[in-house]
Design a protein around this ligand. Sequence first.
Ligand code: ATP
Length: 362
Amino acid sequence: MTAIHLENLVKRFGAFTALKTMDLEIRDGEFMALLGPSGCGKSTTMNMIAGMEQPSEGRITFDGRDMNGVAMGRRGVGFVFQNYAIFTHMNVYDNLAYGLKVRGTPASEIDRRVKAMADFLQLTPMLDKPSAKLSVNILQRLAIGRSAIVEPAIFLLDEPLSNVDAAFRAVMRTELKHLQRQFRQTMVYVTHDQLEAMTMADRIAVMDHGVLQQVGTPLEVYNDPVNLFVADFIGSPGMNLLKGVLADSDRGLVADLGALGITAPIDPALSATARKHGIREVVYGFRPERVVLAGAGQGIAMPVTFIERIGARTVVHFGDGEQRVKAVFDNDVAVQTGETVHVAVEPGFARLFDAATGVAIR
Ligand code: ATP
């Protein structure tokens, strides 16, 4: 186990700055996901941790040791990339054994560890198979096993599941988490898939345009996004974000959500912050999962425009244009397209953002 510390890290490629600044502490034995849209700088960050790229500014330390100038092979990191690196002329057994062999591990120990890893990754039936004959799913599993078997203190994975099919991806999410728990490695996992990040990571570092936006547990980034980018990026379907203007009323501060024709009361603590900073234009956010059906005369009446079945849950779309609101209900929700129903937001689950800066008001 090794703690990784990224300090004021910047990476430029010519005139282009891929990573504007990055400060991140990855704890001993932690599973950290780097999550963000394509081009946000996730892989660039990962490649610097691995030692494939050198930082333009700042430094990376492993347990306090400066990694600047330390070659890739001497950093004690294992990695798996989107495109698995497998020796196709070797069978599964030899691929798994390779890393241990080059380290001079005794043959009996190699045999024991290869068999244990094959068992763990359910590769035992194919140990004798030439890897050239394996499916993409199995190859990626083998690539993970091949890197994991040498038990690197730091394990880096860059979109390892993006080429495998959906069913297998679900299986691997569980197995990777299990693998990390078993070996207690410090794991850094690059993905643009929030489901992967949410299900596996201890903490998620959300990135956009070369800037770290938020670091937190999956529930922290989900429940309390620090800005509109994180609010919109995390969650599927994403948070409802409605424009509003703060105004005083006999109920205290309220957000006038013009498009919906209602005013929403604002929590006293948030009101104090908004007042202190003189914020007027806001974005009022709430998760589709926090919309509830209200009794007649309560909440707000909205027409059901579209119903989407997404398996275990049902997404109901209300209104249109600027008035659009999404809600997620259990499958047995009794609403129909075309009817008007009353909906409300569960108390305590509305979030408020400064419209000018996108920053969450807390
Ligand atoms: P993706 O999932 O698409 O790989 P990412 O978040 O991992 O996205 P990076 O690969 O880190 O993004 O790239 C960040 C930005 O830096 C991109 O705009 C990319 O085009 C640019 N970039 C990356 N490597 C280089 C390079 N060697 N030379 C020039 N630009 C680069």
